[in-house]
Structure formats: C-alpha cells, structure tokens
Ligand binder design. Structure first.
Ligand code: ADP
Length: 588
C-alpha cells in the first residue's frame, strides 16, 4: 500500500508546479473557514449585545466579500486538483498501454484478456476517484480541521480540551475499518476482472456456447462470480455506511460536554454569549471536514488497492528486451538454430529440446510434424516473441538477442494460421505494416496476393470495413488480405503458417498461389499443413515432440521410411479425405 501511494506520487512529479498552485488555493480556501466563527462572534457581541448600528452597515459587505473570496478559491482548488487527477490517470493509462504492447505474446496466453482490460478501464477509474476526490478531500479537509482546531483553542482552550477528549474515541473505529475495506475492495476488483474475462470469452466464443447448448452452464458460472462480487461490495458498503453514524454518536458526546459546561458558564456570566456561540459554531464547522476525512480514509483504500493491481501489470517484467548496445545488422540472412531448448511451463515439459539446424539465405524450409510437435514454437523464436531457455538462434552468425529488436522484426513478414485483421478498412489492414505505402503499392500487393479481384467486387472496395477480427470476410479472404499485408512489407525473411486445410479448393488454390508469389526470393520458414506444398522446399525438417527427427529433401525422406513417410502415407491414402489432412494440420 505504501509503495503504491509513493508510486502514484511519482506520477505527480511532472505537474509539481500546477500542484503547488492548487495546494495554495486549497490552503487559502481551508484557512478562510477559520474566519466564520469570528464573524459570528462580532455579529453576536457587536450587534446583539452592544447594539452597535455602524457594524450593521458593514456587515453585508463583509459577508458577501468573504463569500466571494472563499468561492473563488473553492472553485480553483476543486478544479485544479481534479484536473491533476485526470492528467495523472492519463499518464498511467498510457504507461499501461505501452506495457501491454511490449509484453511477450506468451504473457497473454497466461493472463486473461478480460482481467487486463478491467485493470485498464475499471481500476484506473478507481485510482482517478482516489486522486480527484480522496486526495483533494484529504488536503482540503485536513487544512480545515487544523485551522478550526486552532480557532477553537484560541477562542476557549478549556472548552476545546473538553471537546477533544472524545476525538480519539471517534477515530479509533475508523482506523480499524479501513483495513477490512481494503481487503474487500481488492477482492471486488479481482472479481470485476474475473467477470470481464468470463464475458469476453462468451462473446468471442458465442457460437461454441450456443451450438453446444451451454448457455445455462455459462449463465450459472457468470451468476456465481457475479454473486461473489456483489457480496464483497455489499460487505464493504456495510462498513462504509457504519463509519458516519459511529462518528456522529462519538461526536455528540463531545457536544454534550461542551454545551453543559459552556452553557453553565454563560449563565454564570463568565463567558460572553458571542464567545460561546462562536465556539459552538467552530465545533459544528469542524464536524463536516472531520466526517469527510474519516470517510475518505475508507474510499482511499479502494483506490489504493486498484493502484496495486495497476502497478502489478506495470511491473510485469519485459522478458524480451531491446539490447542496450545492439550489434550492426548482418549482411546475410542465414538463420541458424543451435541446441535450442524451450519450455512454456518452466522446464516441466519441453516444447523444443536441443533443436539444431540451419536455413541458408533464400532457402525455403518446410516444417512438418503432428500437431503439438513444436513447429509454431520454433518459428516464434525468429521474431523473438520468445527467447530460448538454452541454445541460441542466430542470423548471419549473430545471436538475435544482440540485434535491435525493431530492426530484426522489420526484416520479417509473418502470415499466421489465425489471421488477425483490425476493425478497420481493407485498405488500412493491408497498409498496416507500411505506414508510408502509396495507393498503388497497396493495390499491387493485393493483386500479388490474389486479393484484388474479390476486394474490387465488394460494393465499397478497399474502403470496406472488415468488422471486429475481420469476421465479416471468409477465411480465404482474410488470409489473402493478411498475405497482401506481408507482400507490402516486402521483408527478406518470411514465416508462414500455411493452414490452408480449412479452405475450399478454389480458395486454397488462390491462397497457395498467393503464398508462392510471396515466397519468391525470400528466406522462408513454412509450417506446412499440406504435404503437397512441401515437395518444392529446399529442406524438410520433421518434428516430433519438440525434437528434430529427420531433415532432408522430399525424395530422400520418403526413401528413408521414417516419420515423414508415415505422415505422407496418411495424407495421401485418400487425398480427398479431410480427416487425413487434419492429422497434419493443427486441429485448432
Ligand atoms: P505445433 O506448432 O507443432 O502444433 P506448438 O509449437 O504449438 O506445436 O506446441 C508445442 C508444445 O507446446 C505443445 O505441447 C503445446 O501444448 C505447447 N504450447 C504451445 N503454446 C503454448 C503456450 N502458449 N503455453 C503453454 N504451452 C504451449
């Protein structure tokens, strides 16, 4: 908790000047409150007791002038502090986005997207409330309390001492409550994260849910999470609602003491009426900021626990780092894997074990093997989505970890099996990797990718919106747009996860032709799902359970009679059987 508040303060640093001005306005506003009891005193003693008529004429001017002064600084402190809160939260949000963009894709497999979204949206709002409401209230109301306390002691030290015996009694339960509020708040925010994550899955997986008839299962699961969440909120509301009344009761004890003793001394003539009423006014004025301060303490716990969740994300280590002094990019693009071992679950199971082979510049290498053999993991090493746990991947003899990450990735084009399109126009989706592309270049890339004809056939052509995830297009269309995007990038290294198995024959032929056009004169690593496309490869690397079991040309491997031959036989036993194809293709 302490750490989170310190870190929020660090975000304040760039705005120190603005903060000091806001603080000054707050001090002026808070301190001016100390004037009210004196005005009350002079009205009572001057006008009512001494019947001083002159004072009556001055009074409107003093009251209105005083209100104007207070109003101005009230506005300034409230506006300036709230503005600061929003600016700080804007910076936090930007930092979170930057963090999310720099985390390894492996992180998002581990963490649920919905929970991350809830941190950026929900938790950030709680921190903003902490800054705009709680922090400003703490500053403003502590100043008011201190000033009014000073006034109370100035007016009547003895009475003040009596009143404030009750003070510690009032504060004690509040500090006890705060801890519990924070605990419930953290559970509540985690609950919101779980709920968003469940919702996100049912939205993305709505077809699966409906076709398997699991609506009631999903609903029950959601209801369970929702009830837990609500219970937490309700419990924390109970504690929060108790704070006010408890303060009121302890406060009333103090008031009783003062009225009894003070009233007695006025009757005895020891104190003037004005003195006593001014003192009572001070006590009543004290009540509001004091009550606010105790409430704020609880509200702040919520914000701080949200801040904990935000800083957890911001502190997530970046596993793939840009080297401090990158080595100059090599002239040749020979890629070598040497003794590469990789595990997703810290060495419990190995997705790749001691993998070594080379890809010479300009070569086309096919990776084959059953689903789960480690092919995708291997190609993920090249753009450094992951780094090997042991062994090394080199380009032109240089360890990838020594090269500039940006430069490395700029040399690679990738077309995946699960094509991702942004919720934007077809044109912008193709131009995504090359911000300065001309219209001609985009259209030429579409032509090369065999996408131009279907795009031009659409009513809005290149300006067609593809919908979220590109789902308003067919699988083959999406894939050709992704290929056009890669064509436009025109990078020397190409990584392909062919995945043509899900396409119909015509779409497959077109996608295949588009891929061949793309592969020309490039160093390519191709995860081949259809063995028919493998023959032309310079080398075929056969994977089984994270290891390379065979390397060689098509004929050579067939002659060898090993796993490749087996895969080949399965696929061509009945070339029209999609079942055989599915054996080689990733079932996903
Ligand atoms: P292929 O591409 O040959 O189908 P993968 O490289 O996807 O194989 O998977 C290799 C192994 O690593 C499999 O056992 C798979 O379950 C596991 N794996 C793949 N991705 C992840 C991940 N993000 N987290 C944990 N395990 C993974």
């Amino acid at each position: 908790m302490k750490q989170s508040s310190r870190r929020i303060l660090q975000y304040l640093q760039p705005y120190t000047g603005a903060f000091l001005i806001a603080l000054l306005c707050t001090i002026l506003f808070g301190a001016s409150e100390g004037g009210i009891p004196f005005i009350v005193k002079y009205i009572l003693d001057g006008i009512f007791a001494q019947k001083n008529e002159g004072l009556l004429y001055w009074l409107p001017l003093v009251i209105v002038g005083f209100a104007l002064f207070r109003g101005t600084f009230d506005f300034l402190q409230s506006y300036l502090l709230a503005r600061l809160g929003h600016l700080i939260v804007k910076d936090i949000r930007n930092d979170m986005d930057q963090k999310i963009l720099s985390l390894s894709p492996a992180f998002f497999v581990r963490e649920r997207g919905g929970d991350i979204l809830s941190r950026v949206t929900n938790d950030v709002v709680l921190v903003r409330t902490l800054l705009t409401d709680s922090v400003s209230a703490v500053i403003r109301d502590s100043i008011r309390v201190v000033v009014l306390l000073g006034v109370a002691f100035y007016l009547d030290a003895l009475l003040a001492a009596i009143a404030f015996v009750a003070f510690p009694i009032a504060v004690y339960p509040v500090t006890r409550f705060a801890k519990r509020v924070r605990k419930f708040a953290r559970r509540g925010q985690d609950g919101v994260g779980n709920l968003s994550s469940l919702l996100q899955q049912t939205i993305i997986g709505s077809k699966v849910v409906q076709v398997f008839g699991r609506e009631s299962f999903e609903l029950e699961r959601f209801k369970g999470e929702n009830s837990r969440l609500t219970d937490n909120f309700v419990k924390s509301e109970k504690i929060r609602s108790l704070t006010g009344p408890i303060n009121e009761v302890t406060g009333s004890i103090a008031i009783v003491g003062v009225v009894m003793y003070g009233g007695y001394s006025v009757i005895e003539g020891v104190r003037s009426q004005g003195d006593f009423i001014a003192f009572l006014a001070t006590l009543f004025l004290l009540y509001e900021p004091f009550k606010k301060l105790t409430k704020v303490y609880n509200a702040a716990q919520q914000g701080l626990s949200a801040a904990d969740r935000i800083f957890e994300l911001l502190d997530e280590p970046i596993t793939i780092e840009e080297p401090k002094a990158p080595v100059a990019f090599p002239k040749n693009f020979n890629i070598a894997f040497r003794g590469v071992t990789f595990s997703y679950d810290s060495n419990k199971r190995f997705a790749l074990s001691d993998v070594s082979f080379e890809v010479m510049e300009g070569e086309r290498i096919a990776l084959v093997g059953f689903s789960g053999a480690g092919k995708s993991t291997l190609v993920d090493l090249v753009p450094r989505f992951i780094d090997p746990q042991s062994g090394v991947v080199t380009i032109g003899g240089i360890d990838l970890r020594e090269l500039s990450l940006r430069e490395l990735r700029s040399q690679i084009a990738m077309v995946g099996q699960h094509t991702f399109l942004f919720n934007d126009t077809i044109y912008n989706n193709i131009a995504y990797g090359k911000a300065d592309a001309t219209r001609e270049q985009v259209e030429k890339a579409a032509k090369t990718a065999f996408a131009a004809s279907f795009i031009e056939g659409l009513p809005l052509g290149y300006e067609t919106q593809v919908g979220e995830g590109g789902f308003s297009l067919s699988g083959g269309e999406r894939q050709r747009i992704a290929i056009a995007r890669a064509v436009l990038k025109d990078a020397p290294i190409l990584i392909l996860d062919e995945a043509t198995a899900s396409l119909d024959n015509k779409a497959e032929r077109e996608v295949q032709a588009a891929l061949e056009a793309l592969e020309k004169e490039r160093t390519s690593l191709v995860i081949a799902h259809r063995l028919s496309t493998v023959r032309s490869a310079n080398k075929i690397v056969v994977f089984e359970e994270g290891r390379i079991v065979e390397i060689g040309g098509h004929e050579e491997l067939l002659a060898k009679g090993g796993l490749y031959k087996k895969l080949h036989a399965m696929q061509f036993k009945d070339s029209s059987s999609s079942e055989a194809v599915a054996l080689v293709a990733d079932a996903s």
